[in-house]
Design a protein around this ligand. Structure first.
Ligand SMILES: Nc1ncnc2c1ncn2[C@@H]1O[C@H](COP(=O)(O)OP(=O)(O)OP(=O)(O)O)[C@@H](O)[C@H]1O
Length: 351
């Protein structure tokens, strides 16, 4: 339903975006992620017809934004980073004004306005002056103006920015509900937002799209090896030697935490490994390629009578992937630095 083809916008300072190329299907909720100044707002303003591309074409529902701007914009609801509100107006008067602006027939206006007021939880606030409302409510009004003309595509620029945690949860829930009837493109620099709301993510860096994929599949695509963290009961040296010797294993990295001291005799004679209660070795084992080595490890350790007490597949978090792509760090060096980190729950700090 949205096609962005080889779109560039060059400002006088030579910044902007270059060769942006992606399409969106009906029903998708796509997260647009990137550090400050990456080009999210520029791209969104072009998609919504507020900015003309220097090169390239944008098509919405088969309609070119350049050739049919009015009709194409009818299909789009846009919530800019700062909602375009008139603070001295009441909520209802403002929505009435937007309805006129959007050319909604007068006979339909009452029903449409009533509909969005209900949908966005604005009942009881209709007569209130916008200035007197909280930021969360102002954001709801911003969303209300974006959906009033019932567009197919919603473009939301950092919709939860500046809200408190309760308001963030409420606005995310509203976006989720809006996603049931609309296709949504939302920009954010908050990673959990992508994980909880989006079924696809586009990462933009320095004006170019550097990644397009499903959040839960990125780790497999981006990771260069398959990694498993293991806790194995048995004499340290013998367990490590056995793991390193297992076919398909590329590397074995011992994790911090003191391995239990071993009896010299056990270490010297790994084949006769006698495990003492509580002796465990914690490691991250990487496969030589992307092969899943969990079964191989299981049988090998069982064969040697070194029980695996825990085994977990490691994966790159969205934060790892984001940092790798936007700081030009190679995957190799990151892996050498310690590999995957726990799932991020924090926003990427502003650059
Ligand atoms: N009107 C303008 N004139 C000149 N340069 C601009 C203009 N608008 C944006 N830029 C530059 O284009 C690049 C992309 O900016 P843009 O605002 O699209 O990024 P962004 O990803 O939305 O950032 P943020 O997260 O800070 O909103 C930046 O380098 C910015 O300085």
């Amino acid at each position: 339903m949205l096609e962005v083809k080889q779109v560039s916008k060059l400002y006088e300072n030579q910044r902007g975006v270059r060769h942006i190329d992606f399409s969106m299907n009906r029903g998708e909720i796509v997260g647009f992620l990137g550090p400050n100044g990456a080009g999210k707002t520029t791209t969104m303003r072009m998609i919504t017809g507020y900015l003309n591309p220097t090169h390239g074409t944008i098509t919405i529902d088969g309609m070119s934004m350049a050739d049919h701007p009015k009709k194409a914009r009818q299909q789009i609801g846009y919530l800019p980073e700062t909602p375009p509100l008139y603070p001295e107006m009441s909520v209802r008067a403002y929505l009435q004004f937007i309805a006129d602006l959007r050319g909604i027939p007068v006979r339909e206006q009452k029903q449409r306005i009533g509909g969005v007021i209900e949908r966005l939880g604005l009942e009881g606030r209709e007569r209130q002056i916008i200035r007197s409302l909280s930021k969360g409510y102002k954001q709801r009004i911003g969303l209300a103006q974006a959906i009033l003309h019932n567009p197919d595509l919603l473009v939301l620029d950092e919709p939860t920015s500046g809200l408190d945690p309760k308001q963030i949860i409420e606005i995310r829930q509203l976006i989720r509900e809006l996603g049931e009837n609309h296709t949504v493109l939302l920009s954010t620099h908050i990673l959990p937002e992508i994980n909880t709301l989006c079924n696809r993510v586009l990462i933009i860096n320095q004006g170019s799209i550097v990644l397009d994929g499903q959040p839960d599949q990125l780790a497999n695509t981006m990771g260069e090896t398959f990694e498993v963290s293991l806790e194995v009961k048995g004499p340290r040296e013998a367990v490590l030697a056995e793991l390193r010797d297992t076919p398909g294993v590329g590397s074995v990295r011992e994790l911090t935490g003191e391995p239990t001291a071993l009896a010299d005799a056990e270490a010297a004679a790994p084949d006769t490994a006698v495990t003492a209660e509580g002796e465990t070795v914690k490691v991250v084992v990487a496969s030589a390629d992307k092969t899943d080595i969990r079964e191989t490890l299981f049988y090998r350790m069982a064969d040697k009578r070194y029980p695996i007490v825990s085994m977990k597949k490691e994966s790159l978090s969205l934060e790892d992937i984001f940092l790798k792509l936007t700081t030009n760090e190679s995957l190799d060096s990151a892996a050498a630095d310690g590999g995957p980190t726990p799932e991020a729950e924090e926003a990427i700090p502003h650059a």
